[in-house]
Write a protein that binds this ligand. Structure first.
Ligand code: NDP
Ligand code: 2IT
Length: 450
């Protein structure tokens, strides 16, 4: 298929340092080969050349003053990738590893994820290389205000609606919202993940983790299994990991691990969720502190990880939920998981499995839910927040959770049906990529050359 090959070659040349973006684009485009064979009109409309190019990329300087009075400078980004299905929608990431390639990969994934939700939202992503670790509340506030001082002119409730991601949670959304309101004088649904007293949706904080567990449940149901009594590995200890663990307990499963950037915690009795919330949501402490209350648990610091991967994927379990960051699961980790009996993987994080790890899961034909399908519950509930803001309502938890369950089941069905349609019934990566792409591409054709 020269069309796919040529587009990837051009990307490699034009974005040489953007390895994560290239990885995400290659996975999607490779999956589209059988679709292009059946439907050559996508080529005639140059859809993939158009879809890999962001509609707009905003890069800006952020200057703010730290607690010692020194001026600090960071890079800011917002990539408005594709607005075919609705206003740009996607989170903001504050992490020192962020580059323009990171934001492009996340924005690209977001296009297809948002399409899979069936809701009217386009794809975007933003962030900064700002490192929130060790910063005081005042520094976080001044940074968020400086970031919004540029971003506000590019966003709006019907054009581009940012939300949280790594390093951006309720506190940061609050400071960003306050600054947007000060600059524009408008009280409107321009961000999601807002506080419940000022326009937030009940259930948004929990939605990504809960959704990833619902997705696992959907995959297992198709195999005649449930999560009841299953031992689960979870990575991460942030928003997505915490609410994945919470929902796993509700389903009768036993989550035994979590991780942060410094190490891996394993508690064979099951992770103490109240303590985890206190450590991470209140005190922003290291996971190592967990051992003070549970000395029988084990903690592996990063410098003792296996050379070819991550300690968290080396425990015996039934299911795994990568919920930290991209490429946190290597091919060697994938082999260890399979050897240890894991038969279900639901990705709470974006692109957590390296490309050769994904290959191992697909070869083994286990229940593997790729991030753009399995973690779509977060952005879907963000859209529910937008709908509530537009109608000036606040829905009860039961209504939000019911809709979330329905949306996740629908995403699973679309992925499975599309995989079946292309004669690879167990390949939900192919199913997710083709189903998401087809919706966006068909609408792009409807809109003409714009
Ligand atoms: P948080 O900032 O709340 O938590 C991130 C967690 O992952 C922290 O425990 C952090 O450890 C760890 N982590 C982050 N980066 C690294 C790294 N480079 N190496 C090791 N550990 C790391 O973020 P979220 O929980 O919101 O996001 C987690 C993942 O889920 C990301 O991939 C995000 O894109 C994805 N996602 C998030 C959604 C949301 O609604 N928030 C929606 C869909 C996907 P430490 O605290 O030590 O840095
Ligand atoms: O990756 C993601 O889907 C998110 N960080 C959530 C985006 C959103 O707009 O809620």
């Amino acid at each position: 298929m020269p069309y796919v090959h040529e587009t990837l070659e051009n990307l490699r040349k034009s974005s040489p340092a953007q390895t994560e973006f290239y990885q995400a684009a290659e996975e999607v485009l490779e999956c589209l080969r059988p679709l292009f064979k059946r439907s050559p009109h996508y080529h005639e409309h140059s859809i993939i050349e158009r879809i890999v190019e962001p509609e707009r990329q905003i890069m800006f300087r952020i200057c703010w003053t730290d607690d010692t009075g020194r001026v600090q400078v960071n890079k800011g980004y917002r990539v408005q990738f594709n607005s075919t299905l609705g206003p740009y929608k996607g989170g903001l990431r504050f992490h020192p590893s962020v580059t323009s390639g990171t934001i492009k990969f996340l924005g690209f994934e977001q296009i297809f994820k948002n399409a899979l939700t069936g809701l009217p939202i386009g794809g975007g992503k933003g962030g900064s290389d700002f490192d929130p670790k060790g910063r005081s509340d005042g520094e976080i506030m001044r940074f968020c205000q400086a970031y919004m001082s540029e971003l506000y002119r590019h966003i709006g409730p019907h054009t581009d609606v940012p939300a949280g991601d790594i390093g951006v949670g309720g506190r940061e959304i609050g400071y960003l919202y306050g600054q947007y309101k000060r600059l524009t004088g408008r009280y409107e649904g321009v961000l999601t993940g807002k506080g419940l007293d000022w326009g937030g949706s009940i259930g948004r904080k929990e939605a990504t983790g809960y959704g990833a567990v619902y997705f696992a449940q959907n995959m297992l149901e198709a195999l005649g299994k449930t999560l009841e009594g299953k031992t689960c590995l979870v990575s991460g200890a942030g928003n997505v990991a915490i609410y994945t663990i919470e929902k796993l307990y509700e389903m009768g499963a036993k989550p035994v691990t979590c991780t942060d950037s410094r190490g891996t915690l394993h508690d064979a009795k099951g992770v103490d969720l109240d303590l985890l919330k206190e450590l991470k949501e209140v005190n922003r402490a290291s996971l190592e502190v967990y051992l003070e209350k549970h000395p029988e648990a084990s903690y592996t610091p990063v410098d003792e990880y296996p050379e070819d991967g991550h300690a968290v994927w080396r425990f015996k379990a039934d299911a795994a939920f990568p919920c930290a960051t991209q490429n946190e699961l290597t091919a060697a980790d994938a082999e260890a998981l399979l050897a240890n009996g894991v038969y279900c993987i639901s990705e709470g994080a974006n692109m957590p499995s390296a490309a050769d790890a994904v290959d191992r899961f697909l070869e083994a034909k286990i229940a593997y839910g790729p991030g753009k399908a399995a973690n779509a519950g977060g952005v879907a509930t963000s859209q529910l927040e937008m709908a509530q803001n537009n109608s000036m309502e606040q829905w009860p938890l039961e209504k939000v959770d019911e809709k979330l369950k329905e949306i996740m089941a629908n995403i699973h069905r679309q992925c499975a049906d599309t995989a079946e349609e292309f004669d690879e019934p167990t390949n939900l990566v192919l199913g997710a990529n083709i189903a998401g792409f087809r919706k966006v591409a068909d609408a792009m054709i409807d809109h003409g050359v714009v």
